[in-house]
Write a protein that binds this ligand. Structure first.
Ligand code: FES
Length: 354
């Protein structure tokens, strides 16, 4: 059966199938609700239920506590309706944020190449145009497979779009291999090949470049956390969609773990408002020099160390942090110690796939 979801305080009504999540129905109907992980762990999508029965789905017990369940809260990314439902969401959204309804796409793998240690670039040509905001992500359907002799069904895996919104039919992704991961070790790094067809849906996420302001954007990425930041940087610079300065801190253990260094250096040459700071945590200037590279082309230490020595104060800036949760937490603390308010810091956590 299909039920009606009423979203307060805006009073929008959306049709939702009984085996569809409330979030999915709303995003596909162009009604934007807050969300981040879309699989029941981050709690960003928590809302009040005013009326109606739902199946709470796979909401984790830490994202939705027992007392919250008793109070009638639900996670829209997990909950499915059992009758008509009314929810009240805190729609504290950026008014300049254009809402691009989630849609299903098929695509052809145009490029699948190694770009760093355990890291691939995937470029997909879509069957039609997509609209998205710089920083958002897509959900891929990982095909069913045989794992250790057992049949396993399809699963979803999410990767951030690294290309800018101006490129409407060709999406770029950066994918880090995770040993034993179904989507990476078992698919992208195993059987996926150029020319293959893929299925994906999107765009998802609320980690987006605030194109309406002109604050100095401090973008901090660890590993493939650079992906959504690359989309933001290219959108800001090449499409002239941002009025402030941008500084990108990209962290890696060694040069072998960094990628697109030449691309970012070229952008830095071309655009005065852009600064690129590749940071090496496990390599010294001496080692870089000994291998014939210019030691001054890199900063040394964790991204947080480098930010600390670069800036006394960051009040009035805007922070965009993306990477493993531990790195994001550390960077958040650093920015706050430099007087950046939490409300001016946006984060996207990349959890390793299981
Ligand atoms: Fe993360 Fe729902 S719990 S979006």
């Amino acid at each position: 059966s299909t039920y009606t979801i009423t979203v307060e305080p805006v009073g929008r009504e959306v049709e939702c199938d009984e085996d569809q999540t409330i979030l999915d129905a709303c995003l596909r109907a162009g009604v934007w609700l807050p969300h981040s992980c879309t699989h029941g762990t981050c709690a960003t999508c928590k809302v009040d239920k005013l009326d109606g029965e739902v199946d709470l789905g796979e909401a984790s017990t830490f994202a939705l506590m027992d007392f919250e369940r008793d109070e009638g809260k639900l996670l829209t990314c997990c909950a499915k309706p059992r009758e008509d439902v009314t929810i009240e969401a805190d729609l504290d959204v950026d008014e300049d944020l254009e809402v691009h309804p989630v849609q299903d796409f098929t695509g052809t793998v145009l490029v699948l190449e190694d770009i760093a240690e355990q890291t691939k670039r995937l470029v997909v040509e879509l069957d039609r145009e997509i609209g998205f905001n710089a920083g958002q992500y897509m959900k891929f359907t990982v095909p069913a497979a045989t794992v250790d002799g057992a049949e396993v069904g399809e699963v979803d895996r999410t990767w951030s779009i690294a290309s800018p919104p101006g490129e409407t039919t060709r999406l770029e992704f950066h994918i880090r291999n995770v040993t034993g991961g179904r989507g990476t070790d078992g698919w992208v790094f195993a059987s996926l090949a150029e020319g293959d067809q893929v299925r994906l849906s999107g765009p998802y996420g609320r980690f987006v470049l605030k194109t309406s302001d002109d604050k100095h954007a401090i973008l901090v990425g660890g590993g493939t956390g650079v992906a959504p930041l690359k989309s933001m940087v290219r959108h800001a610079l090449e499409a002239g969609e941002y009025d402030g300065d941008l500084t990108l801190y990209a962290g890696g253990r060694t040069r072998a773990w960094l990628y697109d260094v030449a691309t970012f250096r070229e952008l830095e040459e071309q655009y005065e408002e852009f600064t690129y700071r590749p940071c090496l945590s496990d390599e010294t200037p001496e080692e870089v020099e000994a291998s014939g590279d210019d030691p001054h082309a890199y900063a040394y230490g964790m991204v947080t160390d480098v930010i600390e020595s670069d800036h006394e104060r960051l009040g009035g800036c805007r922070g965009y942090l993306c990477g493993p949760p531990a790195m994001v937490d550390a960077a958040l603390k650093t920015l706050m110690s430099r007087r950046l308010f939490p409300r001016d810091i946006f984060r996207e956590d990349f959890f390793d796939e299981s």
